[in-house]
Write a protein that binds this ligand. Structure first.
Ligand SMILES: *Cc1c(COP(=O)(O)O)cnc(C)c1O
Length: 417
């Protein structure tokens, strides 16, 4: 595995991560992360950082957060053994069911955690960005739950493509603000949200949706999502009688993957993140950031990004809207650089095939994002027979039915499997 560091330095950085010393005081994961933001945003980030320090690990905050996870989100989510898939793959396959969390994906863990934090910070309103609309839905639901007003910035192009989610967000009581600037999609939505945040950092909380951006977001989101890996680890011990040999998760910004991987870093478990391979290997044809990108700064964080030789950030392509992002969380950049996690990609057609197989064999309609993890795990099982495999099932696929229905009827290859 290629790493950026000599073996002893890589080991020192991994040990620090396991001891909970990543990020450091400056928000750094080794060389990655940090806070590269315009001067106007510094006070807002300073306030947020102070709020996180004061509340996140305070026992009363944690008690409230855990209670909401149990009683409203529905945690712990199940760990499901997959007998048919195991037989078909020649492996022992276990699935961590984040699709069973309220609103249908892991995103709600982060949204409710940050909404509770916003309330403690005494803000008047919450703002959020959304691309495909999944984080917008989670943020709107969480704000309704804690009684905060919520505005969701969404690119005009995305609003058209994801009309049902726009409707869902509004029904959950949030306002959707159409973004007509820039590319009119996710990146422009984040820029506009930041612009509003600057105007009133005391009165507004910015609820970011993945483990990306400037410090402290990658840290905050990891802490809120790590419940996935903590639960999965204990459930593997209880139900499978031992830890997995290998764990897979799909990677967009990287929040469900870091949530699953972080509590497993110290264990003897191979960890594999799966990015969107899109339609090909060329720049612009995929969203395989870690697998093919280079270091640079995107949205306040030094990480791996997809850019051309002049440093211009590239458009991405993927059948799954949730993986369609040209950056990735800085902690993943570190975990790749020290060789602890391997990042590979699966193409659109491979993800679709894996989605069909899972659906027909186990009765689980998974999200298109998640299907990438299954495609990679299936390939791995072929090369490494007899392994115990854990897959992070980040979300359910009901939201993808319009996309799936548009595709030509596929061969019913798995019928009767
Ligand atoms: C948003 C989303 C993702 C990608 O986001 P990460 O931050 O990389 O986890 C993956 N799966 C589902 C179901 C999603 O909704």
């Amino acid at each position: 595995m290629s790493t950026l560091f000599a073996a002893d330095e890589a080991k020192r950085l991994l040990d620090a991560a396991i001891r909970g010393e990543m990020p450091d005081e400056r928000g750094r994961f080794g060389p990655f992360g940090g806070r590269y933001v315009p001067e106007t945003l510094v006070p807002a980030f300073d306030r947020l950082e102070a709020g996180v320090k004061e509340h996140l690990h305070a026992s009363d905050f944690q008690a409230e957060f855990q209670k909401e996870l149990r009683e409203w989100v529905g945690l712990p989510t199940a760990l499901t053994f997959a007998p048919q898939l195991s037989k078909a793959w020649g492996a022992e396959v276990w699935i961590k069911r984040e699709d069973l969390a309220h609103t249908g994906a892991h995103k709600i863990n982060n949204a409710i955690g940050q909404a509770l934090l916003a309330k403690r910070l005494g803000v008047k309103r919450v703002i959020a960005e959304t691309g495909a609309g999944q984080h917008g839905v989670a943020a709107a639901a969480a704000c309704a739950r804690v009684g905060l007003s919520c505005s969701v910035y969404m690119g005009a192009v995305d609003m058209e493509r994801q009309a049902p989610n726009v409707d869902r967000i509004r029904r959950l009581g949030a306002e959707v603000i159409a973004v007509e600037s820039g590319d009119k999609t996710l990146r422009a939505a984040i820029d506009e949200a930041m612009r509003e945040w600057v105007t009133d950092p005391d009165g507004i909380y910015y609820l970011l949706g993945s483990a990306v951006g400037a410090h402290p977001y990658p840290y905050l989101v990891r802490e809120l999502q790590s419940v996935i890996g903590r639960e999965a680890r204990q459930q593997m011990l209880d139900q499978a009688g031992g830890l997995p040999d290998v764990a897979f998760a799909c990677v967009g910004g990287g929040s469900n993957a870091i949530g699953l991987f972080y509590p497993l870093l110290a264990d003897d478990i191979e960890l594999i993140g799966v990015e969107a391979g899109g339609i090909g290997d060329g720049l612009g044809e995929n969203a395989a950031t870690l697998a093919t990108g280079t270091p640079g700064v995107l949205q306040g964080s030094y990480t791996i990004i997809l850019q051309d030789d002049d440093g211009q950030v590239q458009e991405t392509q993927s059948i799954s809207a949730g993986l369609d992002y040209s950056g990735v969380g800085p902690e993943h950049a570190l975990l790749q650089a020290i060789g602890r996690v391997k990042y590979i990609s699966a193409r659109d057609n491979e993800a679709l095939e894996a989605l069909e197989e899972l659906c027909a064999t186990e009765g689980i309609l998974t999200a298109l994002e998640t299907a990438h993890a299954y495609a990679a795990a299936r390939e791995y099982a072929k090369q490494n027979p007899g392994k115990r495999i854990l897959i992070g099932n980040s979300g359910r696929g009901d939201k993808d039915m319009p996309t799936l229905s548009q595709l030509p009827a596929r061969t019913r290859r798995y019928e009767g499997a």
